[in-house]
Design a protein around this ligand. Structure first.
Ligand SMILES: NC(=O)c1ccc[n+]([C@@H]2O[C@H](COP(=O)([O-])OP(=O)(O)OC[C@H]3O[C@@H](n4cnc5c(N)ncnc54)[C@H](OP(=O)(O)O)[C@@H]3O)[C@@H](O)[C@H]2O)c1
Length: 290
């Protein structure tokens, strides 16, 4: 039996979908949790903020995916130190151990390593984050690049039917309540199943040829739309009164909202035939499930 793939952050949206995708492919998976009461043989306890170590795992990993994070920009802004422990220090501890043992690692990152001023960012452009979250991810990326066997996957907004924001919007609209989506915050949405497929593909390549599969991968939707535009689309899809959608500017302190979140995704397309999806069908598929 080959060594299992360890998904750090088995309770995250992406981690959950990735773990089940890998299991469906017949891959053995250990999906970690930081919830002590949920820890079990296949759910080893691992908290990125509490000196995480591969020694705590019940088996030697064949590969590691770091999907756990403080992934909300406002949460990083509110607690820069606490979130850095999870987004920077913890992943780098694991990566350093992994590199020393020759275990490949895939780190999930974000379009927020860029400033959002231009679309279609290339993976070789210098990072220029303007948020605490983006700076943390960029710092982790920079340190990972000096270690062997490391891959980074930058993603734009990932959505799934269980997405709390979309579910809340649908609930409010169905109840005839107004909602206030951001008029100046943009996303290029990606379906979570596609991300699970891409991660699985990258992990496969990392196992075969870590040197060639390492470095930066990117995937985004094909174009940006505002959260307000997405909310209007949802109202149309569920037959709600569009007057209930009342856009407001985003409040982000001194972090300017990104005008563009799209990423050049040529490497994923060439390697796996996974191209940038158009946002409309991506949103419609998720809205059909909320
Ligand atoms: N979702 C997106 O739109 C998006 C876009 C670009 C990049 N990404 C990146 O993709 C990855 C997955 O994102 P996601 O949206 O799936 O995440 P998510 O649903 O927000 O989940 C984050 C997970 O991290 C866990 N976590 C938080 N602090 C932790 C700690 N100290 N130790 C261990 N686990 C901890 C949380 O555990 P609990 O469940 O127990 O709280 C939660 O399950 C993240 O790296 C994120 O930055 C996401």
């Amino acid at each position: 039996m080959p060594d299992p793939i360890v998904v750090v952050g088995g309770d995250s949206m992406v981690g959950r979908h990735l773990a089940s995708h890998l299991r469906m492919q017949g891959t053995e998976v250990l999906a970690t949790t930081r919830r002590r009461e949920q820890a079990a043989a296949e759910r080893p306890w691992l908290d990125l903020a509490e000196s995480p170590s591969l020694d705590r795992l019940p088996a030697n990993p064949g590969a590691i995916v770091v999907a756990a994070a403080v992934a909300r920009m406002a949460a990083c802004r509110a607690d820069p130190e606490g979130s850095a422990a999870v987004n920077v220090t913890g992943p780098l501890r694991l990566a350093t151990e992994a590199a020393a043992r020759g275990i490949p690692l895939l780190f999930l990152s974000t379009d927020k390593v860029f400033d959002g001023a231009r679309p279609d960012r290339r993976s070789d452009e210098p990072c220029c984050p303007v948020s605490v979250y983006g700076r943390q991810k960029a710092a982790t990326e920079a340190a990972l690049r000096s270690l062997p066997g490391m891959a980074i996957l930058r993603l734009s907004r990932v959505i799934a039917p269980e997405d709390a924001l979309m579910a809340t919007w649908a609930e409010q609209l169905r109840a005839g309540q107004p909602l206030a989506p951001f008029s100046d915050l943009r996303m290029a949405p990606l379906p979570v199943d596609l991300i699970a497929r891409l991660c699985a593909g990258i992990l496969g390549r990392l196992a075969d040829d870590p040197d060639r599969a390492g470095g930066v991968w990117q995937l985004s939707g094909s174009r940006d739309l505002t959260y307000a535009e997405a909310a209007f689309r949802l109202a149309g899809q569920i037959g709600a009164d569009p007057a209930l959608v009342r856009p407001v500017p985003g409040v982000a302190g001194d972090e300017p909202p990104a005008r563009f979140t799209t990423l050049d995704s040529g490497r994923a397309e060439r390697s796996f035939g996974i191209g940038r999806p158009d946002p409309d069908p991506v949103l419609d598929a998720v809205f059909a499930g909320v």
